[in-house]
Design a binder for this molecule. Structure first.
Ligand SMILES: [Zn+2]
Length: 86
């Protein structure tokens, strides 16, 4: 994911994004960010995800759709800047 402030890449599993405080900050510039799921990307990934789920089904059985949904959700996550007014 890219920081909306400094445009540097921030890992999805970066500690700065995964402490369960209300306010998350970019580990590089300290800018306030929020994680959201981009519906546009979610929609783009939905069809390949269904295909992947079908392909994974023999191997993972009933877990395949959940697994595919989890990956799609993770890939759809983006960072947005938080306005200072809040
Ligand atoms: Zn930043």
């Amino acid at each position: 994911m890219k920081c909306p402030h400094c445009k540097r890449s921030v890992g999805l599993f970066d500690r700065a994004l995964n402490d369960f405080k209300n306010q998350k900050r970019c580990p590089y510039c300290g800018g306030k960010v929020a994680i959201y799921i981009s519906l546009k990307i979610l929609a783009l990934l939905a069809i390949p995800a269904v295909l992947v789920a079908i392909k994974l089904h023999p191997k993972f059985g009933i877990f395949a759709p959940g697994l595919a949904a989890l990956v799609v959700a993770a890939l759809s996550m983006r960072l947005k800047p938080v306005s200072k007014g809040k």
